[in-house]
Ligand binder design. Structure first.
Ligand code: CA
Length: 419
């Protein structure tokens, strides 16, 4: 399948991120109106709340709210029906162009909001190159992968409250940091603040007990870019034995457009060969990873951006479907709007690593930017931007951007309180 043409002409270029093949869902506001659901087409947004009120689409009123949760909870049949209806309305030969056109809004004049009400947020650790790199740095090459790693997708429960939309500034956190010896930590701004390049999978259909990998795949509504901002010095002191806590609680940025599983169907790919067989309940059940090119740029304040890494979502060891299936094995209920971070996505070479921790090998090998500046970790004023795109024959399924600028830490937040 090649490019599907739309009467919105900006959607028809081979490199345009939002062609008719994509139709990603977001929540936007424009011209002083409250946030509502929209779909991106070319450089426009189709106001779906207005379309539903005008009777052009039917979703039981689910598109007039300020999140996609009500629609996601309706399930696959409704997801398929809306996508088919929007495809017909926006296709080059649509007879309803005249009725639809008044509801288009320029993306350049819109403010994007979180597309979902994040119910809960879980972050996995399912990139093998990342886990191997980090394990080698902290435990040595022989013990890089923990013994459970090839059997379960390891994760921690994150904070839904930390999730922010792309474009939100990120304040450098304070935290407790290991001192010269373990006995004397100090409280200070993080000096090793970092990114993690990830994809986020969004649970559309809720579940109340264990589900299979195939069922889990059908419960997933779509995918976003995700940056798990990480304070490495806080993490290094706090993480044993229960895992990351405040190091990951400052913020988690996601891109504003949900690219649906349906739009990504042509880009499904097989998981890697299994070095050890997975237990039956996690066994691969078809191509559930996706071929999505990913990259990160770093722009020092007032300066041009340098690309610091390029990788691909197909580097994952576990698919989001396997992560979701594993998440339910205990009977853990899953909700509409649950967000699953993939884990940092690194490739095999230095130029494919998804965090500064790995790119600079714990600070030992500084990165030189195009501007000549060097970086070990993020400096104040730096803007970090994730981008992603699946590339078809003559068309692109773009994710847009997931960006954030790091602001200097506030003055000591406890100075006045404790004197
Ligand atoms: Ca992470």
């Amino acid at each position: 399948m090649g490019l599907m043409k739309s009467w919105v002409r900006s959607a028809n270029a081979a490199a345009a991120p939002f062609p008719l093949n994509n139709l990603p869902y977001g929540v936007f506001s424009a011209a002083g109106a409250p946030p509502r659901c929209g779909v991106a087409i070319g450089d426009r947004i189709l106001d779906l709340a207005a379309c539903e009120r005008a009777g052009l689409v039917r979703a039981g009123g689910a598109l007039t709210g300020d999140s996609w949760n009500a629609f996601m909870a309706q399930g696959m049949a409704e997801w398929t029906a809306l996508r088919a209806r929007l495809t017909a309305l926006l296709a080059e030969d649509s007879a309803e162009r005249g009725a639809v056109e008044p509801f288009l809004v320029a993306q350049s004049g819109a403010v994007m909001h979180l597309p979902i009400r994040v119910a809960e947020y879980t972050d996995f650790y399912s990139g093998r190159h990342h886990a191997t790199n980090v394990g080698t740095m902290f435990r040595g090459a022989e013990n890089a992968l923990p013994p459970n790693w090839l059997h379960i997708p390891i994760a921690y429960n994150g904070r839904a409250s930390s999730v922010v939309v792309s474009g939100t500034d990120i304040r450098r956190p304070w935290g407790q940091i290991k001192g010269r010896d373990d006995a004397q930590p100090r409280f200070a701004p993080s000096a090793r603040f970092d990114i993690e390049l990830e994809m986020g999978a969004i649970v559309g259909m809720p579940s109340t007990g264990p589900i299979t990998v195939a069922e889990a795949d059908a419960h997933l509504f779509g995918y976003v870019l995700l940056n798990d901002w990480s304070a490495r010095d806080i993490q290094g002191w706090e993480y044993q034995p229960l895992g990351p806590f405040q190091a990951k609680a400052t913020a988690t940025s996601i891109s504003p457009w949900i690219v649906t599983a349906a739009a990504l169907a042509p880009f499904r790919c097989d998981p890697p060969a299994r070095e050890v067989a997975l237990l039956d309940h996690l066994k691969d059940d078809g191509p559930m990873l996706f071929d999505i090119d990913l990259s990160v740029t770093l722009a020092p304040k007032g300066q041009p951006a340098s690309t610091i890494t390029r990788t691909n979502y197909n580097e994952m060891y576990y698919s989001a479907a396997q992560q979701l299936a594993h998440h339910t094995t205990s009977g853990c209920p899953m909700r509409t709007g649950d967000l699953l971070g993939s884990g940092t996505i690194s490739g095999p070479e230095r130029g494919n690593r998804g965090s500064l921790l790995e790119l600079c090998w714990g600070g030992k090998e500084p990165l030189t930017l195009d501007t000549g500046e060097t970086r070990r970790f993020i400096e104040d004023g730096d803007t970090l931007t994730l981008t992603g795109a699946a590339r078809g024959s003559g068309y692109t399924i773009g994710f847009g951007e997931c960006t954030g600028t790091v602001l200097p830490a506030h003055p000591d937040p406890y100075a006045r309180k404790t004197r």
